[in-house]
Design a protein around this ligand. Structure first.
Ligand code: AMP
Ligand code: MG
Length: 357
């Protein structure tokens, strides 16, 4: 299959569409309406979109990603009112969250209506709904008929793409079109909250933190413990969270402890890897970068800057692959606030390999 790369003007990225770009988005919407797939930018990561109400389109998404079909898809809408066609018994709390955080990087799990096929929800009787803030995404969803199922636009198991070059790497030849809309600002997937239980529970941490959700709902909102604890015997309540995810090709290990101990441990491991003939890499905060002896050093941003680290995380993991690094060591992050999302993804990428020093 030939894959068309649809390039938009810079102004369109800010939501001011010229005529030529609007026509391109209408054409991309047509592809989805006819049952095809289009990769598109969002404020989190690139999505791989198909008509959420068409079971055949959902099947194509699973196929293109190589994703197990029991892993449900998130349905993207272009305005909040559209939720009423795909979800029923929408709780007051969901309205409150929509009011406070949407459009934005928050996905709500709600009871589904019959119009949403089982293929889209992995057989569940609930549907995950998201209203992105990215204007290109919303324009495309509108042109595509209003309901776009879209997981991240990567091959299953790989880091989610935050830049179009990584979408191209994974999806070229597999789908008819990719919209190039620049870099995702947030860099990690949306927060997912299950609104079908009381109190609601966070199934996947993200930019909208449980503290922010608690603040709006006026009660304590917790993160599903199976998501945070590697050794939890309980299966996570968001089906996809059980799979290994976000992983680079090289072996990634997180080293945790105070700065000096971490640096000397990592340098020791690097020396050993060198003797074994491995190319080594380190993911470090800006301040520590020049204290490592690795072949490749990637900086996550100033120490404690969670936004910078989240924004870069997936691209850095992918860039180790680009440079064929086979042993990667990462400094750990605090799990406060947005840090819960960073550590959740980093731990999964590392297959929960952590060395504490
Ligand atoms: P992705 O599309 O790659 O961002 O992953 C979507 C994730 O959303 C899935 O892996 C699930 O963990 C979660 N999800 C989607 N729909 C539901 C649902 N109905 N109930 C619980 N979790 C869901
Ligand atoms: Mg994904």
């Amino acid at each position: 299959m030939d894959t068309e790369i649809i390039k938009l003007e810079k102004e369109s990225r800010e939501g001011i569409f010229g005529r030529a770009d609007l026509e391109k988005l209408i054409r991309a919407g047509e592809i989805i309406k006819k049952g095809g797939l289009v990769a598109f930018p969002t404020e989190t990561v690139y999505g791989l979109g198909g008509n959420a109400l068409d079971p055949e389109a959902s099947k194509k998404i699973y196929e293109a990603k190589g994703r197990p079909s029991d892993n449900p898809l998130i349905v993207h809408i272009a305005e909040w009112d559209a939720v009423r066609k795909i979800a029923k018994e929408i709780p007051e709390d969901a309205e409150k969250l929509a009011e406070s955080f949407l459009p934005g990087p928050l996905t709500m799990v709600l009871k589904k209506t019959d119009i949403v096929p089982a293929e889209t929800t992995g057989g569940l009787d609930t549907v995950a709904v998201r209203l992105p803030s990215n204007r290109i995404a919303r324009a495309l969803i509108r042109e595509a008929g209003g309901y776009v199922a879209a997981p991240s636009a990567n091959i299953s198991g790989r880091p989610s793409p935050t830049e179009v070059k990584y979408v191209i790497e994974d999806m070229m030849g597999r789908i008819p079109a990719i919209i190039d809309g620049g870099e995702g600002e947030i860099g990690l997937e949306s927060t997912i909250i299950d609104m079908t239980i009381s109190p609601p529970q966070v199934l996947r941490p993200g930019f909208i933190t449980s503290e922010m959700l608690s603040g709006v709902l006026g009660r304590d909102i917790q993160i599903d413990s199976a998501v945070i604890n590697a050794d939890s015997k309980q299966p996570p309540r968001a089906p996809g969270m059980k799979y290994r995810h976000y992983a680079p090709r090289g072996e990634l290990v997180i080293v945790e402890g105070n700065d000096d101990a971490v640096i000397s441990k990592i340098n020791e491991l690097i020396a050993e890897d060198r003797r074994g003939g491995f190319k080594t890499g380190v993911m470090s905060c800006d301040e520590n970068g020049n204290r490592y002896n690795a072949d490749v050093i990637k900086l996550t941003g100033p120490f404690g800057d969670q936004k910078a680290a989240a924004h870069r995380l997936y691209s850095l993991l992918r860039s180790f692959d680009d440079e064929e690094v086979s042993r990667i060591y990462a400094e750990s992050f605090s799990s406060d606030g947005f840090g819960a999302a960073i550590m959740n993804r980093l731990l999964k990428a590392a297959g929960h390999r952590v060395i504490r020093v």
